[in-house]
Design a protein around this ligand. Structure first.
Ligand code: URP
Ligand code: ZN
Ligand code: ZN
Length: 467
């Protein structure tokens, strides 16, 4: 039976437009938009009407960088696909693209199958996968072609973490060459891990064991150098490149220089680099461990370059890199040795709100908010216009957003499965009120009405900025 939902009276904001329109949803898709109080809109009937007067009606967020249940440093990220996607829904994110991991000695297929098994039947919102390649060899290079064909069209490589996820320059070049052949997009963790490991060893030998030293050894120059090297390797291979979790002004400058040359180079940053800093890593006691992630938080002065990059389109996407570890029993593994603190922060629930706060603060426009949080990640990873916009035919992944309500972020009220918040006590203006995922209401006036298993796997096409 056909189900129809009407969202009346709101301001529809997409990456392209702001229009006062009613939205008709039919059978999980956007059927039509029409200006308020027109004959067309007034004639519409529905099974359910949502009053969005005074609210924004925006596309569901697309978080293109999450790590549910990621194994790291002898433990696992504390959100699984059920808790993590539920928290995503609470925060107005209706699609995540998570990272399946190939371990050394494994095929890509084995890694991907493991992640499908973790996610299948668990998710509250839709999900896709990127593939982390930790073993670039003849076989896995060939497997890349098959993955691109079946909808896993992006591959993360690590210049960091030697002995674990790390690939050397030769492996990176080979993977890039293969991507230039099969249409895949290489996503790069750009930090010079070999040099960082030397600095880690030297710092620990000097007795520098506190969390703040994590930020000090993972130097800006070693992010910038790796970003530069990744760009040059991509040029040699004739491949596009997407640099993940960009945190340093000098790395943004490398991306901007490459883009000024017309190269197909893209960059992502994350809310933690826009709103947090090394001041947090230096919080007293062992509190700084809560903020340990890689690339690391930077001195506050870097934030201006990140905001500028987002405005000028030298950075295209804001994802969360959601990879939470509880303070108790997980971050604590690194007491007395910062290099043993599991790397990663919680954030999947707060991205839409923090970026709306950036609109309120004047860093970005309303349309740019929706671009960097919804449309650009959807285009980057082959999901547009199914995801990332509100237009006839698109999936009805829609958020009714109250731009005026103030809320205070806290571990006491968030829905992520983690025992602290990196934004504890921060007040932001704006709040998700209602969320539709393929037409089903999953958040209804601040109540969760979704279910594990509603979310489906979404195969993706190749990067739509290249076609
Ligand atoms: O610290 C981080 N970012 N943890 C997740 C893994 C990664 O490198 O993205
Ligand atoms: Zn990374
Ligand atoms: Zn990550």
């Amino acid at each position: 039976m056909s189900t129809r939902t009407l969202i009346r009276g709101g301001l529809v904001v997409t990456a392209a437009d702001e229009i006062h329109a009613d939205v008709l949803v039919e059978d999980g898709r956007v059927a039509a938009l029409a200006a308020h109080h027109t004959a067309v809109a007034d004639a519409w009937t529905a099974d359910r009407t949502i009053d969005a007067t005074g609210k924004y009606v925006v596309p569901g967020g697309v978080d293109a960088h999450t790590h549910m249940e990621m194994p790291f440093g002898g433990t696992f990220a504390s959100d699984d696909f059920e808790t993590g996607t539920r928290a995503a829904a609470w925060g107005g994110t209706t699609t995540i693209v998570d990272f399946a991991i190939q371990r050394r000695g494994q095929t890509l297929r084995e890694g991907l199958d493991t992640w499908h098994a973790k996610a299948d039947g668990r998710c509250a919102v839709d999900y896709g996968f990127h593939m982390i390649m930790a073993d670039v060899n003849e076989r896995s290079l060939k497997e890349m072609d098959l993955l691109v064909e079946e909808g896993v069209a992006s591959f993360k490589l690590f210049m960091a973490y030697p002995g674990d996820l790390y690939s050397d320059d030769g492996q990176i070049l080979r993977a890039m060459q293969r991507a230039s052949y099969n249409g895949g997009l290489i996503m790069m963790h750009a930090e010079n891990g070999i040099a960082i490991d030397v600095l880690v060893e030297q710092a620990l030998a000097r007795g520098e064991t506190d969390p703040r030293h994590h930020g000090e050894v993972r130097k800006v120059l070693l992010e910038a150098e790796a970003t530069h090297r990744a760009i040059q390797l991509a040029r040699v291979a004739g491949a596009p490149l997407y640099v993940v979790h960009v945190s340093a002004e000098e790395a943004v400058a490398e991306l901007a220089a490459a883009r000024d040359k017309g190269l197909p180079v893209f960059g992502e940053t994350c809310p933690q680099y826009l709103f947090l800093s090394t001041d947090n890593l230096a919080e007293p006691g062992f509190e700084g461990a809560k903020y340990v992630c890689s690339t690391p938080l930077r001195p506050r002065a870097h934030q201006a370059a990140l905001w500028r990059g987002l405005r000028t389109d030298d950075l295209q996407v804001v994802s969360t890199d959601h990879c939470p570890f509880c303070f108790s029993g997980q971050k604590e593994l690194g007491r007395g040795d910062f290099s043993r603190i599991p790397n990663g922060l919680p954030g999947v629930e707060h991205r839409m709100d923090l970026l709306h706060q950036a609109v309120v603060d004047g860093h970005i426009s309303r349309r740019r908010w929706i671009d960097i949080a919804c449309a650009a990640p959807a285009r980057m990873f082959g999901l547009y216009p199914k995801k990332g916009t509100i237009a006839p035919g698109a999936d009805a992944d829609i958020v009714v957003y109250d731009p005026h309500t103030e809320q205070t972020l806290s571990a006491g009220t968030h829905h992520m499965n983690v025992d602290y918040s990196v934004y504890e006590g921060r007040t932001v203006t704006g709040q998700v009120e209602t969320v539709l995922s393929r037409g089903d209401v999953v958040i209804d006036g601040r109540a969760f009405t979704g279910r594990a298993g509603h979310g489906v796997y979404v195969p993706r096409s190749t990067c739509q900025y290249l076609s």
